[in-house]
Design a protein around this ligand. Structure first.
Ligand code: VG1
Ligand code: CO
Length: 539
């Protein structure tokens, strides 16, 4: 039986950089998930012809929310649901499943790299038939619905067993519990030379993959250990846990501490990678060596010919404005298309759909390609393994020879967290107003050459988006300022800082960018406005 339930809106149901992201206890409020799902369905016509994927990264409340989504979908007469077995699907695999099966969209329940558990975060990433997150106008339409919702439709039925591959029919909806691995694994096999990777694992090569107790554990076990022959135990933290074992499933130098310590110890293996909770982010490490995400994108692009799927050429590459300029140097040399877009993977989708780019990346540990419409941590890891299998040299050597060829963009992201929203908004507004007056001014030896808000004009649908403020200096250095769109408490100010070097290639970025970091605080009065003399997080 379908029930119509009267409800009242939650005023905070706004889409952020990557869908809806909230404190878990916020998401657990009565009707919270129901309202949001109904709001999405209200924007989609002809639901009786539509099919959706549902799954998540395994965090706390995943299973409860999946049952709610199934029942709301039945209530709205959706034609078909593909539910990931055990409710587990990575964000990239979700995109692959939507595209391969030509689904109308999907829901991946994840707050990505944010901690899980009842005191952690919860989220819903809503993808359309593009295989990626909905576009800004679609987000607005959903928000509009959410802010005015008065009722939702839900099926009165028992929960569904998600633990076996089977199918059900309820009212007019068919529900199929699917294997969430197979389509993704086949896709990876179609891109990379698995035989070559197997031969790498037959040598003395040693690799650790840290799934951070998130959803890529089972994917990693199947791909690296079972198929490619890496030794058992190569994948660590491999069982998806509701609270990520208390870890913060964010693959960076701070939160993947055990892995970083291992890689900087005398017993370090040759190569390591970590993925975030939902498997779209990656961190790449060599022996005593860290590859920054911006460099990662540049290095992968420079080596595209080594990968069977790309050996005949790539269309081009795109990066978020906040990401370092390293990949532009490669794009210019390779003479391929190059685009700079706002932060958020959705901005890459039009460029991929129109064959303008093949690769893309963000400084926030995201790299990916047009095989799907999300960033892809395992893809990036397989790409690095392929480069190593070909060159049989160390990660450090690969990066160093890249810098020798192109120069090095030293890069840091400084985050100032938990700032009261009004203070953060005012800081940004005042900084924006002051930009014209900064031109030609000197700060600690750095002279401003240009300063402007970043405006992106989408070449496909002709929309323009404003995201962040950019300050260029005469020597090629840059500072980008923007406010996070994924936080769940207070505002986070992100400042992205870079300089360019052609000779001094092996310095510590924090040393290289010490003065420029100070300049970033001076120009925007961070300290006097927030009381913070240094960033809370440096990545
Ligand atoms: C952050 C990152 C951004 C990324 C987004 C989603 O957004 O900066 O690059 O696309 O998270 O990543 P923000 O607005 O907080 O800076 V994930 O792994 O949630 O999908
Ligand atoms: Co993520």
């Amino acid at each position: 039986m379908i029930r119509i339930v009267k409800t009242t809106p939650y005023k905070d149901q706004k889409m952020g950089t990557a869908g809806l992201r909230k404190k878990t206890q916020t998401a657990m409020q009565e009707n919270y998930i129901e309202n949001f799902l109904q709001s999405i369905f209200n924007t989609i016509p002809n639901l009786e012809e539509k099919s959706f994927l549902v799954g998540g990264d395994g965090r706390f409340y995943n299973k409860t929310a999946i049952q709610k989504i199934i029942k709301i979908a039945i209530g709205n007469n959706v034609k078909k649901l593909y539910i990931a077995k055990d409710g587990l699907v990575s964000t990239p695999a979700g995109s692959a499943i939507i595209l391969k099966n030509k689904l109308s969209g999907g829901f991946v329940l994840s707050a990505s790299h944010n901690p899980g558990g009842i005191n952690g975060d919860f989220g819903i990433k809503y993808a359309t038939s593009s295989g990626g997150q909905c576009q800004p106008d679609e987000s607005l339409a959903i928000q509009e619905q959410a802010l005015n919702i008065t009722e939702y439709k839900i099926a009165d039925c028992d929960d569904f067993d998600l633990s076996t591959i089977t199918s059900y029919t309820q009212e007019n909806t068919s529900i199929e519990i699917i294997d969430p691995y197979i389509d993704y694994i086949k896709l990876m096999e179609s891109i990379f030379d698995f035989d070559k990777l197997k031969s790498l694992f037959k040598s003395n090569f040693r690799f650790v993959f840290d799934a951070m107790n998130g959803v890529t554990g089972p994917y990693g076990k199947k791909i690296f250990e079972e198929i490619l022959g890496a030794p058992k135990g190569t994948v660590v933290n491999s069982i998806p846990l509701e609270d990520f074992g208390g870890l913060h499933p964010d693959p960076n130098l701070i939160y993947a501490k055990d892995l970083v310590n291992l890689m900087y110890s005398e017993t370090a293996p040759d190569f390591a990678a970590a993925n975030d909770g939902d498997g779209d982010r990656n961190m790449i490490l060599g022996k005593k060596f860290f590859v920054s995400p911006s460099d990662c994108l540049a290095i992968l692009t420079d080596n595209y010919k080594l990968i069977p799927a790309y050996k005949n050429g790539i269309y081009g590459v795109a990066k978020s404005a906040a990401t370092s300029m390293a990949v532009k140097r490669v794009a210019d040399t390779l003479n391929i298309n190059y685009y700079e877009v706002p932060t958020g993977w959705k901005y890459f989708i039009n460029l991929m759909d129109s064959n303008r780019i093949s690769f893309c990346g963000e400084e926030s540990f995201g790299t990916g390609a047009s095989h799907i419409r999300e960033k892809d941590g395992i893809w990036a890891t397989l790409f690095w393994l392929s480069i190593i299998a070909e060159k049989r040299t160390s990660v450090k050597e690969i990066a160093l020879s890249h810098w020798k060829k192109y120069g090095r963009n030293y890069y840091l992201r400084n985050d100032y967290e938990n700032i009261p929203q009004d203070i953060a908004d005012k800081l940004m507004a005042d900084l924006e107003a002051s930009l014209p007056s900064l031109i030609n001014k000197e700060f600690k030896g750095y002279i401003v050459s240009d300063a402007h808000p970043f405006v992106y004009n989408d070449p496909v649908d002709k929309t323009s988006t404003k995201n962040g403020l950019i300050i260029h200096f005469k020597d090629g250095s840059r500072i980008v300022y923007r406010l996070s769109g994924t936080g769940t408490s207070g505002a986070t100010l992100r400042t992205y800082i870079e300089c360019y070097e052609t000779t001094n290639l092996l310095e510590d970025p924090e040393v290289m960018l010490k003065d420029l970091s100070e300049v970033s605080r001076l120009i925007s009065y961070i300290t006097s406005r927030t009381g913070k003399t240094k960033p809370d997080i440096i990545t």
